[in-house]
Design a protein around this ligand. Structure first.
Ligand code: KE4
Length: 435
């Protein structure tokens, strides 16, 4: 019998495992919950991503959100080519940072002042420290299944990769730190009320993904965000919207624009760097002014505001300032979500597609999904079959039921039709109703 020939990605994965734990630099990329070997990417172009074995896929991951303009957008590429001619790291202030801050504020007017960092994790870590410093309180309220990056005190019942690998409570986080985090189920206002009744005077902040994306896409129930706003006002706690994922994704102005609830602080990342390393946190000036060098809350970063991320972010937001582009993108996401739902319904496959703006998640269950406990009722085996079937059909989706799919401006109706056709083929071939 002919010897099996390893694919280039399989060989690359073997070599990567000699360098990195699990062969990856971020756990979700290791396909832990669906099995198999991740493909190794050699390039991305437009709506597609291409692997080391010559396969092309419609990319519904888009680097987990940043690439709202797709891969290699000419405006972003041009901005980077030009910027590189002037050097790419200075350790001094530059006008590039001010330009991006002003563009961000056009979309998020609640960010009276802000600070750039290099990841979403840095943004949320800094925001909760700032909230503690500004209030003199120690406790943070977070929600089960929400993921805010790998911040020690927020890796408690966290979502995304932490859930995918079944470790929502990470090793290495001292109990003394985990105890500063109070937990409530997402969409459960009464549970938060009870926490405030018991700990109100010690609660520095409430942080949440205003639309959850790291346990799959779960919108807030009517009144939930408004209720959190009222509780924070009543107890002088700081309301933090982690819009690292939802920013520019659920609405041009994020969830705060979509639902009309204004947080005290906002965390951003992903889209504002156009795919380069970036994060930002900002909000009320009276809170932000507690930050060094004006105030006592220390936060710093060698590469904060780095020129290449700033120009890539500016070029990206410049394109998004053209409103119709975003509106058309949202429409296509809704059509795609409906297309996936229809295919599942026609095939008698239990699926509940939840979509907000340009992000969506097909849950393999009847739904609706309102909180983490609901997600665990999904058919994870089916999800794994679906994942591998879609890859075979030329569509790359996130390798976990706990992740969100993303669209880019490059995902025109033809591309979206390809995704629906692929889903139809997979459901017909790989997924047996009732199993
Ligand atoms: P980063 O540190 O990964 O840039 O951002 C952390 C973060 C913070 N807040 C929210 C709402 C986020 O979604 C994230 C990161 N999202 C995941 C995807 N679910 C990043 C992918 C990964 O961990 O590899």
């Amino acid at each position: 019998m002919a010897e099996y020939q390893l694919t280039r990605s399989e060989t690359a994965f073997t070599r990567a495992k000699e360098c990195f734990p699990g062969g990856v630099n971020s756990p979700v990329r290791a396909l832990g919950s669906v099995g198999g070997t991740p493909f190794f990417t050699v390039r991305g172009h437009g709506a597609e991503i291409h692997d080391a074995d010559g396969h092309s896929y419609v990319d519904m991951v888009l680097a987990y959100g940043p690439l709202i303009l797709g891969h290699g957008h000419p405006r972003v590429a041009e901005a980077l080519h030009e910027a590189v001619e002037d050097g790419w790291s200075y350790g001094t202030p530059t006008l590039l940072e001010t330009n991006l801050a002003n563009r961000v504020r056009n979309f998020f007017p609640s960010m009276e002042k802000m600070r750039f960092v290099n990841s979403g994790t840095e943004a949320t870590m800094s925001a909760i420290r700032l909230a503690r410093g500004a209030t003199g309180r120690d406790l943070t309220v977070k929600f089960e299944g929400c993921y805010h990056g790998h911040v020690d005190s927020l890796l408690v019942k966290a979502g995304s990769g932490a859930l995918t690998h079944g470790h929502p409570d990470s090793g290495g986080v001292p109990t003394s730190i985990a105890e500063t985090t109070l937990l409530a189920p997402f969409n459960d206002l009464e549970a938060v009320q009870a926490l405030f009744e018991r700990h109100g005077a010690q609660i520095a902040s409430v942080i949440l993904e205003p639309v959850a994306g790291n346990m799959g896409v779960i919108p807030p129930l009517p009144g939930f965000l408004e209720g959190l706003r009222a509780l924070c006002d009543e107890h002088q706690s700081i309301l933090i919207f982690d819009e690292v994922m939802t920013g520019f994704r659920v609405h041009r102005g994020g969830a705060q624009a979509l639902y009309g609830v204004v947080p005290d602080l906002t965390c951003l990342g992903k889209v504002i760097g156009g795919g380069l390393p970036v994060g930002a946190f900002g909000g009320r000036a009276d809170i932000m002014n507690h930050l060094a060098p004006e105030g006592s809350v220390y936060q710093a970063g060698t590469l904060s505001g780095n020129p290449l991320s700033m120009v890539a972010g500016c070029a990206t937001l410049e394109v998004l300032e053209d409103t119709p582009i975003f509106d058309r993108l949202e429409e296509r996401a809704a059509v795609l979500a409906q297309g996936l739902q229809t295919v599942a319904d026609e095939d008698g496959i239990e699926m509940c597609v939840q979509q907000v703006g340009t992000m969506l998640t097909p849950f393999f269950q009847a739904g609706p999904v309102h909180r983490l406990g609901d997600v665990s009722a999904s058919n994870f085996e089916r999800f794994a079959l679906f994942f591998h079937g879609m890859r075979r059909e030329g569509v790359s989706i996130p390798p976990s039921q706990y992740e969100a799919w993303f669209l880019a401006t490059t995902h025109d109706s033809t591309i979206c039709d390809r995704v629906v056709s692929a889903a139809r083929a997979v459901m017909a071939a790989d997924i047996i109703p009732g199993t």
